[in-house]
Design a protein around this ligand. Structure first.
Ligand SMILES: Cc1cc2nc3c(=O)[nH]c(=O)nc-3n(C[C@H](O)[C@H](O)[C@H](O)COP(=O)(O)O)c2cc1C
Length: 716
């Protein structure tokens, strides 16, 4: 195989010759435009490279035009590994000829170091060091610390995340903004970029000391930093742009600096590059500028070469290539198409739900309490664990039937109770129950639903669309009880629940009052007015008070809860447990289940991630009762991790709400199908045959710390 390289790329590969393979012949384009194979000069007609790889030197050493001309005329070419991350215009002609083109995302380290260097130099007032020295002035100077500052990083892909990790290491509080967050961003809080010009964005900008732009230029980000954005920024704060010049309105930026509002602009990229000699940015004392060189770290070429060699192995093995341009040429799903065709992965459903819902309803679903740190922690906890798969175990396709509180299900994935059904879809919880039944599982029915519990208890019977082979799987329904009423009302409610035909109860204990949901407060979202309370119809024209929850009665205690629950014959679980003593207390009052949850980060902010609490609780009560788990489960793999840590069942909240908002019962069913498919796939890849075989031996800490932690699996 012949590989076309520019001169510097050839040298990089020479240093890694053992990884290239014996059958590879390098065709080198020298800086002075000659083609060399094994040191001998060749013409274009003599060579037929299948693959081309250029190092970033090609942009600066003068060989660029010749390189482009070569690529243009090479019929043999099948794949180009570019040194750049973003799309370049000349790719279009190659892609049209069927040549594959991959980008290189190798600049996160140097760019992050550049950002830290520039922000530190600004904070330390490094310019003054040289002045004082020139003057021989013994002038001790003060500087601002990075520790304790707040940063907003717009775009938390590889580069933004690398900046975030370093800023955190310096003790900064970091907020990330990303259109499609993965939950693994190393930040303290996330912000939806769509909110940057909204109420929440304005409030965030007003408290941020450093804003770093690290997002690609897209129709959504071009012109993002405009007059309004700059005006909302905290006086004296710093703006760093290492993304694209088009993100910033340079005129508005200069005006803000002139007014003394923005403290400093650190710019590596500009609307026009090279920056024209007459640009006022050159001279402005509030601007620090560098010529698009934030990626110019010493390690980037070596990283690009390693990336190329990794991709070469993939190319030869016929595997997908990461960061391939134009590879998603699938037709856009049509809005009218069946749900199963339109949505293949969960984040498509999330995006569609966000698009459909009013912003305040979206915030009600999506948000958490306080700084949303518990909300974020629920997700990031999953990134601290990895799997420890065993190969060729002879396991048959995974068997996943189980039960919770006596309700049999075909999958350990259940639906967590969530209030607000009628805000999402006219069919409300009826659709959720029907969809859960369709996929062979159960939805815990919350107390706050638009229809009364007596109607919802029968909703499953009326669904009629359950898969036949799963029709016998379900033997009951579970009702979620909140402890917001006087004891006698709770007892009455429990009687109603049993009379209606529910077979078990889930008692939510972590909501004595409603958490401080700042998004709802900012949006003036009045839950009491917006939620329809089908179970508590207005009395004498007065709506029942939800807002007064927690203030209408004596404080609840384990002993009183025990007395209340002793009045029902239904088995019950206590939801919201995060500690071993509380798990034990639940057991002591007769609970058949302990439900590990922090209410999806909506109640006590600062509460731990549920995944981090699961093992301790399983160890305390796992052999005496059933342990359920929820919080941040967004994939089948997440669910498998919780199951392997000892949960009997895993529940999902928000994803089901997205499904309901998008397409009613079909949307919910699609969410559950996707998660169930992922769960089964993960089990198969782990080589486990059933839920009983899923234990901590399939897990290890991430990253692996070496043989001690890998030989035995996770021990805690
Ligand atoms: C919009 C919404 C409303 C909720 N309402 C309730 C409720 O009424 N009772 C309850 O016990 N939990 C409620 N929860 C918490 C869920 O039962 C569950 O604990 C949480 O959503 C799980 O986290 P996840 O959304 O990350 O999957 C609600 C959650 C959401 C998102």
């Amino acid at each position: 195989m012949q590989i076309l390289v520019n001169e510097h790329a050839g040298a990089l590969l020479d240093d890694r010759a053992e990884r290239l393979g014996d059958d590879v012949e390098l065709v080198r384009l020298t800086v002075d435009g000659r083609l060399l194979v094994d040191g001998c000069e060749r013409t274009r007609a003599d060579v037929a490279p299948e693959v081309a790889f250029a190092s970033a030197h090609v942009f600066t050493d003068g060989s660029g035009p010749e390189w482009l001309a070569l690529l243009d005329g090479l019929d043999s070419l099948r794949w180009l590994q570019s040194p750049a991350a973003g799309h370049l215009d000349f790719y279009d002609a190659l892609l049209a000829r069927g040549v594959r083109v991959t980008g290189a995302h190798v600049n996160a380290v140097p760019i992050a170091e550049y950002v830290m260097g520039a922000v530190l130099a600004n904070a330390q007032r490094v310019g003054e060091w040289a002045d004082a020295r020139t003057e021989r002035a013994w002038r001790p100077h003060q500087f601002s610390e990075i520790a304790g500052t707040t940063w907003l990083i717009v775009g938390t892909g590889a580069i933004g995340s690398a900046v975030a990790a370093r800023a955190r290491a310096f003790g900064a509080h970091v907020i990330g903004a990303r259109r499609h967050p993965t939950g693994t961003e190393p930040v303290h809080e996330m912000l939806d970029p769509a909110e940057l010009h909204g109420v929440r964005g304005q409030s965030v900008l007003g408290r941020v000391d450093v804003v770093v732009l690290a997002a690609p230029a897209t129709p959504q980000t071009i012109g993002l930093v405009d007059e309004a954005f700059l005006a909302a920024m905290k006086p004296g704060s710093v703006l760093v742009n290492i993304a694209r010049g088009a993100l910033v309105d340079e005129g508005a930026l200069l005006a803000s600096l002139d007014r003394g509002h923005l403290g400093r602009a650190i710019l590596d990229v500009f609307a026009t590059e090279p920056l024209p000699a007459d640009s006022p940015l050159w001279e402005h004392p509030g601007v620090v500028l560098t010529p698009h060189s934030s990626a110019g770290g010493t390690g980037r070429h070596a990283r690009a070469a390693e990336l190329f060699l990794d991709n070469l192995a993939r190319f030869r093995a016929g595997q997908p290539l990461p960061h391939e341009f134009g590879s998603s040429s699938q037709p856009e799903p049509q809005p009218g198409a069946p749900v199963a065709t339109r949505f293949s992965v969960l984040d498509e459903i999330e995006t569609e739900a966000r698009r459909r819902l009013d912003a305040d309803v979206w915030d009600f679903i999506d948000g958490g309490s306080g700084d949303e740190s518990t909300l974020a922690a629920n997700r990031s906890a999953f990134a601290r664990i990895t799997f420890r798969p065993r190969l060729l175990t002879g396991a048959p396709p995974p068997e996943t039937t189980t039960s919770f509180l006596g309700v049999a299900t075909a999958t350990p994935l259940l639906v967590a109770p969530f209030a607000g059904d009628s805000l999402l879809h006219a069919d409300g919880y009826r659709a959720v129950i029907a969809a859960a039944a369709r996929v062979g599982t159960v939805a815990i029915v919350p107390e706050v639903t638009a229809e009364p519990l007596e109607v919802l208890a029968r909703a499953d019977d009326r669904a009629g669309d359950r898969a036949d082979d799963r029709a016998d799987d379900r033997a009951g329904a579970i009702f979620q009880l909140s402890l917001r009423h006087p004891d006698e009302r709770l007892v009455e409610l429990l009687e109603r629940v049993a009379d209606a035909g529910f077979s078990a109860v889930c008692v939510t204990a972590d909501a004595p009052v409603v958490g401080v949901r700042r998004r709802d407060r900012r949006n003036r979202f009045n839950g009491a007015a917006r939620l329809t309370l089908g179970n508590f119809p207005p009395v004498d024209g007065n709506a029942p008070a939800l807002a007064g929850a927690g203030h209408t009665r004596e404080p609840m205690s384990w002993a009183r809860l025990g007395e209340v629950m002793a009045t029902t014959r239904l088995p019950f679980a206590v939801k919201g447990v995060l500690t071993a003593p509380d798990a034990r207390a639940a057991l002591d009052i007769g609970a058949a289940g302990v439900y590990v949850s922090n209410h999806g980060g909506r109640q006590l902010d600062g509460a731990p991630a549920t995944l981090d609490r699961l093992s301790e609780i399983v160890d305390e009560v796992g052999d005496a009762c059933e342990v359920a788990f929820d919080g941040g489960v967004r994939s089948g793999a997440d669910a498998v991790m919780a199951l392997a840590l000892g949960a009997r069942v895993v529940l999902v909240g928000r994803p089901v709400a997205w499904g309901l908002a998008v397409a009613g019962a079909d949307g919910v069913a699609r969410v559950l199908e996707i998660l169930d498919h992922e769960l089964r796939t993960t089990m198969a890849l782990l080589g486990v045959a059933d839920l009983a075989s899923l234990d901590r031996s399939v897990l290890q800490s991430a990253p692996s710390l070496g043989p001690a932690s890998t030989d035995e699996g996770l021990s805690t």
